[in-house]
Each structure stands twice: as structure tokens, then as C-alpha cells.
Design a protein around this ligand. Structure first.
Ligand SMILES: C[S@@+](CC[C@H](N)C(=O)[O-])C[C@H]1O[C@@H](n2cnc3c(N)ncnc32)[C@H](O)[C@@H]1O
Length: 207
């Protein structure tokens, strides 16, 4: 089966269960204030793989104009209800068609991990293209090599993951012209045996 169809069907089936275990005390929340300091007042933020919008899209929508994208119609339906201030689109993040220099910032928490890894470098170049000069991106990525994995009991449904090890991601991000502000390994709050690479990267523009 097409990985995108597995992910879409999976998050449709998971419905509100995922959002119900996402809360504001998650450790990943602690990176958002620093991320927000790079974004101008009334800035435009793209949340890739926003899920049901709780708590990250909601937090950002209280400060900025937020566009949330998700491949799952069910998650988009939940996000529209949970975060009425933001704009949502049901879309594959690998097919973004926003104009150049449109966003001040991009957030991608636990979503690129579900995209086939051969699409990651093209996605990073698109993110760079649609960011304004000095725009900022915060994302969580795999930290270990995983060409693809499929698990049949993810909240009772089937799910797909794919990604590279941390060093490969740092090289790919640099190749896409991003400047690495920081990168760190963070234990997954839902799975203590797994760690994710969190990166804060910037489209720095030099004269
Ligand atoms: C683990 S959830 C994370 C949701 C939210 N970002 C959070 O951290 O709470 C992953 C989300 O990414 C979405 N997603 C996965 N692949 C995607 C793709 N190719 N394009 C857009 N969204 C995608 C899923 O539908 C799901 O809602």
C-alpha cells in the first residue's frame, strides 16, 4: 500500500485520540518560546502535519497568523474545531505550492517522520524557498536510520515511518542552505525507547 495512504487512513482512524494525549506540559512545548522570538509580530507561520492542532498550533495561533496542513481529513476537521483562529488545509506536505518567501516560520513536529525519506531533501528545499529571508524552522526528525517501518498497532491502527540518522539530517539541511542554530536529541514523550532529533534552523541571508 502507498505509504501516504497508510498515514492518511491511520490518522483518520486515530481521530481525536492523538490530540487527547497532547498537552501543554509536553517537553516539546519548551522549545516554542525561543522559536517564537524569531517571528515578527503578526508573522505568518506554517504548521506542517498539525494533527488536531492541540497544543502546538493553538499556542502559535494565539500569537501569529497560522496555516496548518495535514494529510488526514479527520485531523483537519478536528483542528478547525480546536483552533478556530487558524486556517487549515488538507494537503500532502510534499506537494506545497506556496509562493516564494511567503512564511516567517515553519513548524513540523512529529510529521516529517511519516513521509518517505526520499522526499525529505526536496521538502527542505521547498521549506527554504517559501520562507522569508531570516525565516525560522523548528522540526523533529528521526535520529536513527530507518528506510521505512510499519507498525500494525499504533493506537489500534497501522502506521508508517521513515527517516535518516541525525548526521545525515544535518548534512541535508546544510545542503538545502539552512543555518543550524541548534540541534538536540530529545526522548519521545510517548515512547521512552525512542529519541528524535529536534532542529532549529534559519534561512540566514547575507549581503
Ligand atoms: C504524530 S502526528 C503530530 C501532530 C502534531 N504536529 C503534534 O505534534 O501533536 C503526525 C501528523 O502528521 C500528519 N502527516 C503525516 N504525513 C503527512 C504529509 N505527507 N502531509 C501532511 N501531513 C502529514 C498526520 O496526518 C498527523 O496528523
Amino acid at each position: 500500500m502507498d505509504p501516504k495512504e497508510i498515514v492518511k487512513a491511520g490518522y483518520n482512524a486515530v481521530g481525536g485520540i492523538y490530540s487527547s494525549i497532547r498537552h501543554e506540559t509536553l517537553p516539546e512545548m519548551s522549545f516554542l518560546p525561543e522559536f517564537c522570538r524569531y517571528i515578527p509580530q503578526n508573522g505568518k507561520v506554517l504548521d506542517l502535519g498539525c494533527g488536531g492542532g492541540i497544543p502546538f498550533t493553538k499556542y502559535l495561533s494565539e500569537k501569529f497568523e497560522v496555516v496548518g496542513i495535514d494529510i488526514s481529513p479527520k485531523q483537519i476537521q478536528l483542528a478547525k474545531k480546536n483552533v478556530p483562529k487558524a486556517v487549515f488545509m488538507c494537503k500532502d506536505m510534499a506537494k506545497l505550492d506556496f509562493p516564494d518567501e511567503f512564511f516567517d516560520a515553519v513548524l513540523a513536529y512529529y510529521s516529517i517522520i511519516h513521509v518517505p525519506r526520499e522526499e525529505h531533501f526536496p521538502l527542505f528545499t521547498t521549506m527554504f524557498r517559501i520562507l522569508k529571508p531570516n525565516g525560522i524552522t523548528l522540526m523533529s526528525l528521526h535520529s536513527e536510520d530507518d528506510p521505512q517501518s510499519i507498525f500494525t498497532d499504533y493506537f489500534g491502527t497501522t502506521m508508517y515511518w521513515s527517516g535518516f540518522d541525525g548526521d545525515t539530517y544535518i548534512s541535508l539541511l546544510k545542503k538545502a542552505n539552512f543555518t543550524i542554530i541548534w540541534s538536540k536529541l530529545v526522548r519521545d514523550s510517548l515512547d521512552e525507547n525512542s529519541k528524535h532529533l529536534f532542529v532549529l534552523v534559519q534561512k540566514q541571508v547575507h549581503d
